[in-house]
Write a protein that binds this ligand. Structure first.
Ligand SMILES: NC(=O)c1ccc[n+]([C@@H]2O[C@H](COP(=O)([O-])OP(=O)(O)OC[C@H]3O[C@@H](n4cnc5c(N)ncnc54)[C@H](OP(=O)(O)O)[C@@H]3O)[C@@H](O)[C@H]2O)c1
Length: 281
């Protein structure tokens, strides 16, 4: 088993990189792929899929840009067909909470005949440090179209631990884990805690969603990104995902990390160093 590489689709992604690192440290061979690897894997080019899959039996699958987009369901349908033909026996799919498109993709995998796990995650805490919200933090002001809705942000390290367990321990087979952090927080609360830990002022401003998308458009953001962010902030952030869930505990027998642990770790990583180099008020 250790000799057959585990396929990781999303080599440089927030969770793919962490899953790869953990598996390698445990002695597993891995084949992390994305558009920039050899063999390459591009969700938009099905001709790349088969050679990336062949010779592997288990895979961690992260879809790009997001399972919420309308193309996701037919693409996942085509992917599982190729995966089965190429000999893949087990797929762990990263999914998103409260996204209707994601749930349709989950059903496609469950019906594929391939053994499966679904890790259905809340918003990642790492969106504040490894994604589009980082620029706002570094600039000292995060602006988003979200006011009072709370979200139990999850640490991507916890997602990676759950994914590794489902890839390496057959006792988890054919189970869905809905994973969240332990505390539901507003964006304003998150920023308040980050600002206090860094001892530097960072503000949070909520704006109407149309105004937010208008600014993205003026800045030249691609139309599909505008669509996705509109969808996320109007549908996924309507309150449906506020509840804390127990997926991390169910899969690992331990609680998920609190947002404060994420903040501490991120400070130590240096990602927010530019904020700390600013003079305090
Ligand atoms: N962020 C969240 O809060 C959140 C919450 C729940 C679920 N999710 C799910 O997480 C997934 C994203 O995973 P992630 O956040 O771990 O990844 P990520 O950090 O967004 O992954 C970025 C990597 O994906 C690769 N990539 C981009 N387009 C690609 C394509 N067309 N084909 C193949 N690879 C491509 C890029 O590498 P190359 O340039 O080398 O191709 C890039 O380095 C989505 O499916 C989303 O639904 C996210």
């Amino acid at each position: 088993m250790k000799q057959t590489p585990i396929l990781i689709i999303g080599k440089n992604g927030k969770t793919g990189a962490r899953v790869n690192h953990r598996l390698r440290a445990m002695g597993y061979a891995t084949r992390p792929v994305s558009r920039s690897t050899n063999p390459s894997f591009d969700w938009e080019n099905p001709a790349t899929w088969r050679s990336a899959i062949e010779g592997t039996e288990a895979a961690y699958v992260t879809y790009q840009p997001d399972l919420a987009v309308p193309d996701a369901e037919p693409t996942i349908k085509a992917f599982v067909r190729v995966a089965a033909e190429a000999g893949l026996k087990h797929i762990v799919l990263l999914s998103g909470r409260g996204e209707e498109g994601a749930q349709r993709a989950e059903e496609v995998l469950k019906a594929s005949g391939i053994s499966w796990n679904i890790v259905r995650a809340s918003w990642f805490a790492q969106n504040f440090s490894e994604n589009f919200m980082l620029d706002g933090i570094l600039a000292g002001e995060l602006v988003l179209p979200a006011e009072d809705t709370v979200e139990p942000f999850i640490d991507a390290d916890d997602i990676a631990d759950v994914v590794v367990a489902t890839l390496t321990e057959p006792g988890h087979r054919n189970r869905l884990y809905e994973v969240t952090g332990p505390r539901a927080m507003t964006f304003a609360q998150c920023i308040k805690e980050i600002s206090a830990a860094l001892d530097r002022p960072i503000t949070y401003t909520s704006v109407p969603v149309d105004q937010y998308i208008d600014v993205l458009r003026q800045e030249g953001a691609p139309e599909d990104l505008q669509w996705l962010l509109h969808e996320l902030f109007t549908v996924v952030f309507d309150g449906r995902n506020s509840k804390v869930m127990s997926g991390v505990e169910e899969a690992l027998g331990r609680p998920p990390a609190d947002f404060k642990e994420y903040i501490q770790k991120t400070i130590e990583s240096g990602i927010w160093a530019a904020v700390m180099q600013r003079k305090s008020a």
